[in-house]
Design a protein around this ligand. Structure first.
Ligand code: NAD
Length: 457
């Protein structure tokens, strides 16, 4: 049985039956058969189901937010924001999918026609992370279902109740049970799923697991990986310091720092460094730490207990190499939970320290002084990851010049920790392969067919 633990109470709230090798292969076989029927439906029918699903999310927002909060510790207000914002992503896909996958005549000359059509991949696996289960799940299963695929959906073991709630609402919306089937369990269930003859694997999670999945699939099928980040931001000397500090503190600490695109490293021009750090620390000290089910909580417990020790180690390593802790730095117990970590700001940091190189995935940030744009660019690029990067400056040309030299999938000017359904979500280097969202994140779920049509003359 899979134990679902509320990290804010340190207690088991539910036990779920896990999928077995037999149940997984049964679900796969059923998906193979049902996918054909699903694919042959008119796309409008599939759109109607996804529209209904979106309406259910809004109607049920409060219950879903509480459920998500109870199993991950996500502050309930942030959980509600996630459920609501998911409907905007669905709206994008509903408006654009049929346009993006319609047949394209690329040549019509005498009796010859050349046409591109798009067909679904077939049965795909959607193996998902827990930190934004609605976002990272729907980025995959919404366009996958709309384009006529069947989805074997493995929610994270830390967000399985949410995964089952999503499943339930999709079925209520008219998506057949065999076309969208949940796979419940941890890593073992995930690796069992990969033994099926899938037509595609779409994974969101850590680099370490991503590498195991790449090895298991062995380049034989379509694979997309959305992995971690160590996202840098450079603050130039010409900014409004208060505005930049407030924006970046939110970008670093929202969702208790457990976002793939959290700001994880800040580089500040030396001429405003002290003032920026002062304002930043003031912002961080104003964050309300509390129980996830309280509406005004901003920092809540970490979802996974081992992450507390991981952050302690990053702080210890940084201090031993000369860093200073300006606020936070320690774990914290609230009621019966020891999963809390104080929002932590480190200065005097450099790239010999883990906190500036390894993904922290928690409420902790290092701020480093730089002397010019060249040094900032070099430090921003000194990473194995390449998910997002940002520049804060009054000067768009300066920001564009810097950002064009940074090797990451998304770049931000005067904003951070932001995802848009209209733009591809894509990582470079250890941050992943392939794109979700945008027209690229629709085309990811279809395969092209090239039609050479020559009339007999
Ligand atoms: P994780 O890698 O521990 O788990 C992700 C999923 O993989 C879970 O469902 C898990 O059960 C499954 N899994 C584990 N071992 C497996 C195996 N051997 N075979 C198949 N499946 C297996 O990651 P997590 O803790 O859930 O998520 C945190 C990580 O995800 C962070 O690194 C974060 O940056 C990243 N993330 C990236 C994005 C993005 O869009 N780039 C979004 C959210 C999270």
């Amino acid at each position: 049985m899979l134990k679902i633990i509320n990290p804010a109470k340190n207690e088991v709230i539910q036990e779920l039956e896990e999928d077995t090798p037999d149940s997984i292969s049964r679900k796969f076989e059923q998906a193979v058969v049902s996918q054909k029927q699903w694919m042959n439906k008119n796309i409008q029918k599939r759109e109607e189901s996804l529209l209904k699903f979106s309406e259910f999310l809004l109607q049920d927002k409060e219950r879903l937010a509480n459920l998500l909060s109870s199993e991950t510790g996500k502050p309930v207000t942030q959980a509600g924001n996630e459920v609501k914002a998911t409907t905007a992503r669905i709206e994008y896909f509903l408006k654009n999918t049929s346009k993006v996958i319609q047949n394209e005549m690329v040549l019509s000359e005498g009796s010859l026609q050349e046409v591109i059509s798009y067909e679904p991949l077939g049965v795909i696996a959607n193996i998902s992370a827990w930190n934004y289960p609605y976002f990272v799940g729907s980025n995959v299963f919404v366009p996958a279902l709309l384009t006529g695929n069947a989805v074997l959906y493995k929610p994270s073991e830390y967000a399985s109740l949410t995964g089952l709630a999503i499943t339930d609402l999709l079925h209520k919306s008219g998506v057949p049970k065999e076309v969208f089937a949940p796979i419940i369990g941890g890593g073992n269930a995930g690796s069992e799923l990969l033994k099926q003859k899938l037509n595609g694997v779409f994974f969101t999670g850590s680099y370490a697991t991503g590498m195991k999945i790449a090895e298991a699939t062995g380049g034989k099928i379509k694979l997309q990986l959305e992995l971690g980040g160590k996202d840098p931001v450079y603050v130039c000397e010409d900014v409004d310091i208060s505005v930049a500090a407030a924006s970046l503190a939110d970008g670093a600490f929202y969702n208790t720092g457990q976002s793939c695109c959290s700001v994880e490293r800040i580089y500040v021009h030396q001429s405003i460094y002290d003032e920026f750090v002062g304002r930043f620390v003031k912002e961080v000290k104003s964050f309300k730490i509390g129980l996830p089910n309280e509406q005004d909580t901003y920092i809540a417990p970490l979802t996974r207990t081992p992450q507390v020790r991981f952050l302690e180690e990053q702080v210890k390593d940084a201090i031993s190499k000369g860093a200073k802790v300006l606020t936070g730095g320690k774990k914290l117990s609230i009621e019966s939970s020891q999963n809390y970590f104080e929002p932590t700001v480190l200065t005097g940091v450099n790239h010999t320290m883990d906190v500036m190189k390894e993904e922290s995935f928690g409420p902790i940030i290092g701020i480093q002084k730089v002397s010019d744009d060249k040094e900032a660019i070099a430090l921003m690029n000194d990473t194995e990851y390449g998910l997002t990067a940002g520049v804060y400056s009054q000067n768009i040309n300066r920001a564009k010049t810097i950002l064009s030299q940074v090797n990451s999938g998304s770049v931000y000017w005067n904003c951070c920790d932001r995802v848009s359904p209209r733009l591809p979500w894509t990582g470079r280097k250890h941050s992943g392969i392939g794109s979700t969202l945008s027209h690229l994140g629709i085309l990811a779920f279809v395969q092209p067919k090239a039609w050479h049509l020559k009339g007999l003359t």
